[in-house]
Design a binder for this molecule. Structure first.
Ligand SMILES: CC(C)=CCNc1ncnc2c1ncn2[C@@H]1O[C@H](COP(=O)(O)O)[C@@H](O)[C@H]1O
Length: 291
């Protein structure tokens, strides 16, 4: 719906008001900006917004993408804010239902749900499906944070709270923000990406430490050995950084570790904050006494 307007600029154009209706001497206000004479646009902002058809290149422009990215955060935060305690479970999208890793992940999901934790996965097939399956069997909250991929794939059937993301980075924020810990089963590049992002965030103190457990010593053992030797020996990481990872073959141990270590870390975080507040109060008291 486009209304006819007066031509921009030129004699008399400065007399057009905010709504495009001519009004002597008032000019044209565009938000906080006042336009007069040749600066007055041919159409009002509303006319441009409501006009049908026309060029649609703007849909592919970066400012428009920024709005979409923002909406992913808004939708994600809105959907997950009230979920309560949760643990993110990662692992291969390719693990088949008859593989022992699948059974391990089902058990992890089940035990987490039994302990009152929501299970958060990438919502896809393989290990993600297995962990959601376990949570579903135990009647727990089974979350899938899906990702739009070039090839067709849907949210697995065991998800009861699903959010679909267009952008990997927005989705990754949710895994960290809403989980008390990570449990990582055997996987490929996607799994490594999620694991190493978590390690980097904790190592650089960008987030408070949270427990990270690797399930499957035969699969992860080689990586840990390499981290201990090639990586730590050459000083690429500190020896203490190796303690950020806990490795086990037992789903029960993985779940117990995540819960207990998570509680211990949260308690020491609270203690450190209390001490900080006390120190600040003492400092403020000393300053007041001295004045
Ligand atoms: C059949 C197939 C490959 C489907 C891919 N469909 C996917 N759906 C959801 N998350 C995914 C998918 N592929 C990779 N990811 C992400 O990357 C990890 C698995 O990647 P990978 O298979 O280890 O490297 C998962 O924890 C998940 O967060």
């Amino acid at each position: 719906m486009t209304r006819t307007t007066t031509t921009p600029g030129g004699p008399g154009a400065g007399d057009r008001g905010d709504d495009g209706v001519p009004e002597k001497g008032r000019g044209y206000r565009k938000g906080p900006v006042l336009l007069r004479g040749k600066e007055i646009p041919a159409q009002t902002t509303d006319q441009r917004l409501l006009a049908a058809g026309g060029d649609s290149d703007w849909v592919h422009s970066d400012p428009w993408r920024v709005m979409r990215i923002q909406s992913e955060f808004v939708e994600g935060f809105g959907a997950l804010a009230e979920v309560g305690p949760a643990v993110s479970v990662f692992g291969s999208a390719r693990t088949r239902g008859d593989h022992p890793d699948y059974a391990q992940a089902v058990e992890v999901g089940r035990l987490l749900a039994d302990a009152g934790y929501a299970v958060m996965t990438g919502g896809g097939p393989g290990i993600m499906e297995a962990a959601n399956n376990g949570a579903h069997q135990a009647g727990g909250t089974s979350i899938g944070l899906g990702i739009e991929l070039p090839f067709e794939q849907g949210m697995n059937e065991f998800v009861n709270l699903g959010v679909n993301f267009r952008y990997f980075f927005a989705r990754k924020t949710m895994f960290v923000k809403y989980a008390q810990g990570f449990i990582v089963l055997p996987g490929g590049f996607g799994t490594f990406d999620e694991l190493f992002e978590a390690l980097t965030l904790v190592q650089t103190h960008k987030v408070t430490e949270f427990p990270i457990v690797l399930v499957g010593s035969d699969y992860w053992g080689g990586l840990l050995e390499w981290l201990r030797t090639a990586v730590a020996d050459r000083g690429m990481i500190g020896r203490a950084d190796l303690d950020l990872l806990h490795i086990t073959d037992s789903p029960a141990e993985a779940v117990a570790y995540v819960i207990e270590r998570g509680r211990a870390l949260a308690a020491s975080e609270r203690e450190a904050l209390d001490e900080l507040v006390e120190d600040q109060q003492d400092a403020a008291g000393t300053a007041a006494d001295g004045s």
